[in-house]
Every structure is written in C-alpha cells, then in structure tokens.
Design a protein around this ligand. Sequence first.
Ligand SMILES: [Zn+2]
Length: 433
Amino acid sequence: MPKFTGIIFLFVILHIPLAIADDRSSIEGQLSHYIMSQQQEQLLLLEKLVNVNSGTDNIAGVHRVGEILRPSLEQLGFKTYWIEQPSNMQRAGTLVAEHRGHKGKRLLLIGHLDTVFPSNSPFQHFERHGNLATGPGVIDDKGGDVVILYALKALQAIHALDGSTITVILTGDEEDSGKPTSISRKPLLEAARHSDLALDFEWAITQDTATIARRGIRNWEIKAHGNEAHSSEIFQKQVGDGAIYELARILSAMRTELAGELYLSLNPGLILGGTAIYNDLSESHGTAFGKGNVVAKIAMAKGDLRFLSSEQKISAENKITLIVGQHLPGTTAIVHFQDGIPAMPPTDANRELLKKYSAVSNALGYGLVKALSPGLRGAGDISHIASLVSANLAGLGPVGTGAHSVKETISVTSLPIQTERAALLIYRLIMIS
Ligand SMILES: [Zn+2]
C-alpha cells in the first residue's frame, strides 16, 4: 500500500475527534479536551474498582467500591450519603450523590456498584490486552460508574455544573435486588420522583446504539392437582387425567397461544410432578416422588415472562389465567405471578432523548446513534423508575461484551468516547431552560 494512503486513512479516522479536542473555543472542544487528557486516570480508576470484589453478597466489598467513588463526587459539589437496607435483606445500601440547583432539566444518572461475581469466583482482576480489558464489572457496571464520574468532572472543569440539579444513584444490589423491591428500590424511586429524565450507564452493546426500551420480567408458578389412584383408572370419570397431564396441557397451550407474540417470551425453567413434590423455591431446586402405576397427584412448574409494556404483561397474564382455568377432568390448577421488574417501554419521549444523544454524538464526530432492539437486552435498574420520569435512555456506558461471564470485556477506547457523549448530553440537558 502506498504510504500516502495510510496517512489519508489515519486522517479520516482521527481527524474529527482530534479537531474537536483541539478546538478549545467550543463547549464540545473543551469537554473533549478535558476527557481525553484524563483518559489514563479514568482507566486506572476503573482498574482499581474492578480489583475490589463487589459480588452482590459481598456487602463490605460493595461499600468499598462506593467509598472509592464518593470523595470524587463530593469534590464536584455533590452531597453524598448511603441509604442502607434492613440487615435481614442482606444487601448493601445505595450510594446517593445530589447536586441541587435551579436550571435546566433535573437529571437522574444511574449506575451500580455490585457485580455477579462472588468473592470465591475465579474471576477477580482487571487485565489489559491491547484495546481490550477484562475483569468483573469492567462494563457491568464499574465502566459505567467511571463514565458518570468523568462526564461530571468534565462539566465541572468548564463550570457547567453550577446551578444544575443532578442526582447520581449507585445501587449496591442491581444484580440480585434485595426483596422486597419496594424497600430495596426505594432510594431509586425517590430520586426519580424528583427528576425529569433518567440516564442509565450500563454498557453499550455497540457504539452506534443506545437503549430506549427494556423488557420487564414477571415470575410465575403453576400448581396442578389430580386424584391419586391406580394408573389403570386414569381417564375414567371418578379419577380424571391426573396432575401431570393437566400441567402439560397448560404449558402446551401457553406455548401455542403466546409464543408468537413480538417481544413476549415465556420460559418454564423448572418442573416437578408425581405423588409428592418437595421444592425449595428460594433455592430453585426440588425433588419428586411418583410411580408409573399411580396417577399423579401434584405437579408444579415455574418460569418467567418477559414483556415490553405493562399492557403486554397484563394481557399475557390474563391469557395464562384463562388457560390455567380450563381444567382437564378430575384436576384443578392455579397460577401465581410474583415479583419481577417493570418494562421500560419505547415511548416517543425516549425516542426524542435518543435523537438528542445522537446529535451530541454527531457533533463530537462519532456519528449517529440508533435504538437498540429491545430483544437484545434484559431488565435493569432504570426499568423500576421508567414510568416516573418523562424520558429514559440506557446503555450509555462503555462498549463491551460478555457481561455476567468470565469473558466480560471492555473496549478501552470506547471509555473516553462514551464519557464525551455523556458529558455533552448532560451539558445540553442542564442548559435547557
Ligand atoms: Zn448485570
């Protein structure tokens, strides 16, 4: 390849961001310049956070991660405090940082301090491999936490934080929330009630997408009962079909009636049936006793339901309840729906917020950003408060892959880019009068 082609190529790739970072007269240039100058420090902080184990059960570790971030937030003029959960919930608290002013949109920035990796996991350390780095929480969500911090630092550096109203919520139990969620999510809900817009900094799946919708989760459990009898009498009037056929009928009908619906998913994850079953729901396992020559007396299945709006959830629940109610002869069945996380539906206001983010990205020289398909990511903390604010945007953390696995990886170069985008988006939102 002739030498000049390489130079042109480099020019095309690097020209726009460098030009912006060099241009100190514009807000874009000032924010970019600050963030680019801090990228080593930001990455070192990420390494430090990742090297502290903060599996959800490791309450002390989660606290340590929060305490590392806390002084930097204080230095930016935020008032910080922990909201603890009752000790019987066995979860760390939520770190809250508040900046109170009177101008612009009131923003809620959401991250989390915990990871899915317990203290005995083999996956404990940050490791750099060129432009990639692996480690527990490197994208989920410590990468997002440092995006929040350095975006705010950049805004402070250009004196843009003055007068703004921003709440940062870093939960300590996003991965396995304390139950009931009415208590564990309370700090998040409270903050949302005093905010106009919510931004969530879990990782971006690709650099040209952000999340305007997340599916919600609802857990379900179905129990069927039949008449215990000799197997030779099954299907006869006085005995009926037995609990296992009843449960099989229900699951099969659920699949037939609901499997084709867009963004709805329905997964039975555990099934037990026989003469007797013994199960520990909290531990997700159980045993069953039964014989081929005895009609099944009891059967149970449990699973989850994922949906994109509360209307879709209610409609699916109603259909399931109807199916469960149409019993086979000699059987009964009941369904219970429990817990779960609400959906974050793709509203017009979310699309508008994404448009602003896309414009920000374009102004920084990083191209347009489009909506990620809601089928591609699960529920998260922002889902709990999506209905309490006027618009939501998620997936604003660094780009990466392999979350919840020992392959969790960050694209190192995406860290300053996502920080620049976040800083400029926040800037524009807090300047709106
Ligand atoms: Zn996660």
